[in-house]
Each structure stands twice: as C-alpha cells, then as structure tokens.
Design a protein around this ligand. Structure first.
Ligand SMILES: C[S@@+](CC[C@H](N)C(=O)[O-])C[C@H]1O[C@@H](n2cnc3c(N)ncnc32)[C@H](O)[C@@H]1O
Length: 290
C-alpha cells in the first residue's frame, strides 16, 4: 500500500469521491461525539463567550451531526443549518435531529462549498469541525464565510492535532507513537495553523488548544477504540512491522485479555486546536491562548 493509499483508507475514500460515503466511518464519527460529549460541551461553552446568542448557526461539514446536536443544546434559541456535500451524512443529521426532537430547528442542506457558498440564511455563527482540511481551497471558502456572516458574526474551526490515544502501557504507547508517525507521513488529517489564513481573510482570531482525557470512560469508549484501531489496522497493514500488527490484532480482537473491549487500562486522550474568528472590517488583532 502506498502512503496515498493509506491516506485514502484513513479518510474512508472521501478524497476520491469528495464525500464520506462509508457507513462504518459515520458510525465512528457518532461514537467520537458520544465519547467526547464533555469536551464538545467545553468547546460550545467557549464559543458562547464569542457568540452569546446566535440566531442562525451554520454547521459546515456536520458529518453525522454530533456537533449540530451540541450546538442545539448550548444555544436553545438558535436555528441550525447543516451544510454538507454528502447526502448520506445529511440523512444521519436529519435522523439525529428527529430523534432529539430538534427537527424544527435543524435544516440539513446539500452543498459542496468547494464549488460555491450556498445562498442560505445569514449566519451569526459558522461552526466547522474537522472539515477545513478536506476542502480544496479553505481560504476561498473562509472568504465566502466572512462575506456570508452577519456583522460581528464569528467562525469557529476545530481540528484534531493528532490521532487519539487509547493505550497507557509502554508497549501500547510505543505502537501508537509508531502508528502516528506513519499516518502523519501519509498526510492523515494534515492541516496548517489556520490563524494566519483567517487573519488574511479579515477575521480577528483567538486560538485555543483543548486537551482531552475522558474520565470516567463511558461504555461506548470501548466501541470507539475498537472502531478507530480497527480502521488503523487496515490503513497500516503493510506499513508497520509484524510485532506491531500482531499487537493491533490482539487489541481489536473480539476476545482475549488485551482486547480493548475488556482491558482495564483503556484511555481516550488527545488534543484539538480551535480557532475563533470574529468578522471585523477593521485591522485584524489576534491572540493565542495556548
Ligand atoms: C470529518 S467529517 C466532520 C464531521 C463533524 N464535523 C464532526 O466533527 O464530527 C468532514 C465532513 O465534511 C464534509 N465535507 C467535505 N468536503 C466538503 C465540501 N466541499 N462541502 C461540504 N461538505 C464537505 C464531509 O462530507 C464530512 O461530513
């Protein structure tokens, strides 16, 4: 498997088709939202410091809608437009909104923002998580976001800094270090610091790093670890040594003492960087808080 092939696997072929069309990946995104609900609430609370009462929110690249649901919880008076290029993902958003009784407040709209920003309601807040790095030209899209936002509107972008970590023993952390290095080499989730880009577009930027260490671990953390490491096993099948692959096999096995389904030292750790940009017509001023 080439580096690009590993990359394509890690992204569930979205770069080939332009959209996520993999139900297993959608399930994993849902698990991510469930396991990291506490962290998501932290990010929406931080967002509320910049956009206390948004009337209209655009969730750009909502995936299955875990962020859409967190936004709806945080901002009970807001209407949310979920914009995605993938109809299967939008179906998941619609189903989640129905399940949570939010269908009156959430509208799912098909849009490929690489082609053009859609003619949608004027947002007070544009929220985009783990999506900018998928776009062909994020700067052009952020210019469109700047133009679309209400005066004093804000954009919040979040990206994963690295793959999540699940293992705490030496053997496990060694494996995760090597897997991270290979995946980084293959371009997994590669993204720049968006601060200079947001400033060029005319936003006043604040940056923050969120540290995640989920405790206590919900039951879904085991399924999340299984899904994530299972995908990693496929992506890395000819890029790690036999000992590492054998350990990955034992970790994702349905049984056995090392399986993530039973081991008692499982963790879910990671960091994510968030940028908030306030729309401003004046000179950009920025600060970083990490
Ligand atoms: C990794 S998912 C992000 C999921 C979600 N924000 C979360 O944090 O769970 C990226 C999303 O961006 C969408 N996407 C990618 N390129 C896009 C484009 N050009 N226009 C609109 N949506 C796009 C994908 O379909 C996918 O739903």
């Amino acid at each position: 498997m080439t580096a690009n092939h590993a990359h394509a696997h890690a992204h569930a072929h979205d770069h080939q088709h332009g959209v996520f069309d993999d139900a297993a990946l959608a399930d994993m995104i849902d698990l991510d939202g469930e396991v990291l609900a506490g962290y998501l609430d932290e990010v929406t609370a931080w967002t509320a410091g910049f956009a206390p009462q948004p009337g209209t929110i655009v969730d750009l690249g909502p995936g299955t809608g875990t962020g859409t649901a967190a936004l709806a919880r945080r901002f009970p008076d807001a209407s949310i437009v979920a914009l995605d290029a993938s109809e299967p993902m939008l179906d998941r958003v619609r189903a989640k909104a129905r399940e949570l009784g939010l269908d009156g407040r959430v509208r799912a709209e098909l849009a490929d923002v690489d082609a053009r920003w859609p003619d949608t309601a004027t947002p007070d807040l544009v929220w985009t998580v783990s999506t900018l790095h998928h776009l062909a030209d994020p700067e052009r899209v952020l210019r469109d976001v700047h133009a679309a936002l209400a005066p004093d509107g804000v954009v919040v972008a979040v990206e994963m800094d690295d793959q999540p970590r699940f293992l705490t023993d030496d053997g496990g952390t060694g494996l995760e270090d090597r897997a991270r290095a290979v995946m980084a080499d293959a371009g997994w989730n590669a993204h720049p610091d968006y601060q200079p880009l947001l400033e060029r577009v005319g936003f006043e930027v604040t940056r923050r790093r969120f540290t995640i260490d989920v405790a206590p671990l919900p039951d879904s953390a085991r399924r999340y670890a299984l899904a994530f490491l299972g995908r990693l096993r496929v992506a890395l099948s000819d890029r790690l040594g036999p000992d590492d692959l054998a350990l990955l096999d034992r970790l994702v096995a349905a049984d056995g003492p090392e399986s993530v389904l039973v081991r008692d030292d499982l963790a879910v750790r990671g960091t994510r960087t968030a940028w908030v940009g306030r729309r401003t017509s004046g000179r950009a001023q920025s600060r970083a808080t990490s």
